[in-house]
Design a protein around this ligand. Structure first.
Ligand code: ARG
Length: 585
């Protein structure tokens, strides 16, 4: 649509300028020409309001519209672009369907074209932090939302031309980490994930649960955990060994889940390697008078003037806090990979934390502090009563995906599709990920949501599997086409004139704009909304227009080309939304 929109804007500017010249007035600049979408499709594809030019041209908008339309009608070049008519104060434009469709099909067929690659962020360096787990618990449902948001946003930004660096911070130190270590040291009897046949991050998480059981019986448990943290900070060899061992298990288990869900990172940061830098900076800020010391020795920042609060940056015993490490982490990140923007994908309950963090860095004088951005997202829960985990509150990511996969597998068996799909387990896994990711992305990130496993898997409706099914259907049709009449037809885009065909052409042409919008709003739900529009436009076309059985070979070939273009947009958008594409299902 854009090339045609721009060409029409230029034509309108030209015509207005010629009207102006007639009265000896200055030319009308291109920037002042705005294209709207007419309220009803009968009125045309684009509408240009003439109100803004009334003063300049000293004429009423309807008169201007008529003068512009008359000039366009006598311009032989405009015929290639379509036709224009005055309608009250508007110049309404009908785009030349054949020429437009021909451009859209050509762009979608050319692997080197800018189709879906708007370039709106070219030259920008954007770092995206997401997932960022703690090493005392396996990934849970909340991480699945975080992970797909972060991965998808990163892919969308890259599609817009940005250079993207995906990073993760593993929070691997602190008293909570010491709790699982302590429980293991006390009750572990040298067991390992291998000896117990348990996924290694789950194994570590189970000791964290065990700590809490034990702390109910033994009132000294908390103090013992604090003592262990002190030993860890002092570099005690035995403690460090245990810590390394358990963190190794936690992290390698999590990496398996990332691999399973298609998530990856360019760099992992570890809190244990950044918190000392944070402490350093806090001491520097104290010297500069940016922070102050309480009588008990703790270090604070006072942000009450700015409507924030007082916030502690170092404890009275000098140990670091969550905030302390984030100061060091941000500084190291900018040193390692100077960015134009750093996006933190973190839950909305940490909004206050990030406000303070950004102000602290600004006050410390880091000129890049304004480049920091918190992409906050809401909570995700399961409908009451379904799939409670061992503690009854959170659901492990792996368990949830297993459950979705089993449901998808059941469906494949019920439909008797086991043979047709080849490897039912693998297909079911991909369907599960498609269901999960689409469902999670479709709600705009700021909102809280419920994840309904059954609904996410439904094959009829606005779901991931429905879109995967659409892709499989187009793929099998294209495979069949090779031996059909369509193979001998000639693609003639001017044949795509019915309402359903034209709507589909326009929807495909809107793909790049949808990607750009998702990037500028930093919200993949703009992309899933596009996927839904595309699926609706395609179903209507598929229902209304016979493809392989079209009345003649050229029409069959042209409709097939339109299906191929649909598939290009679909495949690309699915990959930006982390939804696996399936050839068969
Ligand atoms: N690990 C933290 C948590 O589970 C989230 C880390 C978010 N990122 C950050 N840079 N603070 O709450």
């Amino acid at each position: 649509m854009n090339a045609f929109k721009d060409a029409w804007r230029a034509k309108i500017a030209e015509a207005l300028s010629s009207v102006a010249a007639e009265s000896g007035l200055a030319a009308v600049p291109l920037e002042s020409i705005v294209a709207e979408t007419p309220p009803k499709p009968e009125l045309g594809d684009l509408g240009f309001p003439m109100f803004p030019f009334a003063k300049l041209l000293r004429k009423g908008p309807p008169l201007i519209a008529q003068a512009v339309a008359a000039r366009l009608a006598s311009d032989p070049e405009t015929a290639r672009l379509g036709s224009a008519a005055a309608e009250g104060p508007y110049v309404n434009v009908r785009i030349a369907k054949g020429a437009f469709a021909s451009d859209v099909l050509a762009a979608a067929a050319d692997p080197d074209s800018t189709f879906g690659r708007p370039g709106s962020l070219s030259g920008k360096r954007i770092m995206v932090e997401f997932s960022s787990p703690n090493t005392n618990k396996p990934l849970h449902l909340g991480h699945l939302r975080n992970d797909v948001l972060g991965e998808s946003i990163s892919r969308i930004l890259a599609a817009c031309g940005a250079e993207v660096q995906k990073v993760c911070i593993i929070n691997d130190r602190g008293v909570h980490i010491c709790k699982s270590m302590l429980a293991y040291a006390k009750f572990g009897e040298g067991k390992t994930p291998e000896s117990e046949g348990v996924k290694s991050d789950r194994f570590v998480g189970d000791w964290y649960v065990r700590f809490h059981q034990w702390s109910k019986e033994d009132p000294t448990a908390e103090a013992q955990a604090q003592e262990l943290l002190r030993k860890w900070e002092a570099g005690d060899a035995e403690t460090t060994d245990l810590w390394k061992r358990m963190n190794g298990w936690a992290v390698s288990g999590m990496k398996k889940t990332y691999e399973r869900t298609g998530v990856s990172f360019d760099t992992y940061y570890f809190e244990s390697q950044t918190y000392l830098k944070g402490k350093d900076e806090v001491y520097k800020g104290l010297e500069k008078g940016v922070f102050y010391k309480e009588e008990d020795g703790s270090v604070w920042i006072d942000l009450t003037d700015e409507g924030l609060d007082k916030k502690v940056l170092l404890r009275k015993d000098g140990t670091a806090l969550y905030m302390t490490q984030d100061i060091g982490t941000a500084i190291y990140r900018h040193r390692d990979w100077p960015f134009d923007r750093l996006v933190y994908v973190v839950g909305s309950e940490q909004q206050y934390h990030f406000k303070v963090l950004f102000r602290v860095l600004e006050k410390l004088g880091f000129e890049w502090a304004p480049a920091l951005y918190h992409l906050s997202y809401g909570m995700v829960n399961l409908p009451e009563g379904k799939m409670k985990s061992r503690e009854g509150t959170v659901v492990d990511a792996d368990d949830l995906i297993d459950k979705l996969r089993d449901l998808a597998l059941e469906e494949i068996r019920e439909k008797g599709r086991e043979e047709a799909v080849g490897d039912p387990q693998a297909i079911a896994e991909r369907v599960a990920l498609g269901a999960l990711h689409y469902y999670l992305l479709q709600v705009s990130s700021a909102k809280d949501m419920l994840f309904d496993p059954k609904e996410s898997l439904s094959f009829n409706g606005n779901t991931g599997p429905y879109l995967q099914y659409m892709g499989a259907r187009i793929s099998s049709m294209l495979a069949k086409a090779a031996g059909s009449a369509a193979a001998s037809g000639v693609v003639r885009p001017e044949l795509l004139v019915s309402e359903a065909e034209w709507e589909l052409v326009k929807t495909i042409s809107a793909y790049s704009a949808a990607v750009a919008e998702a990037a500028s709003r930093m919200d993949p739900s703009a992309l899933t909304a596009y996927l839904y529009e595309l699926s609706k436009a395609f179903s209507r076309f598929y229902h209304d227009c016979p493809i392989l059985n079209a009345p003649d070979a050229d029409l069959a070939a042209t409709r097939l080309a339109l299906s191929t273009a649909t598939l290009r947009a679909l495949k690309d958008a699915l990959s930006l939304a982390c939804i696996p594409f399936l050839e068969t299902m």
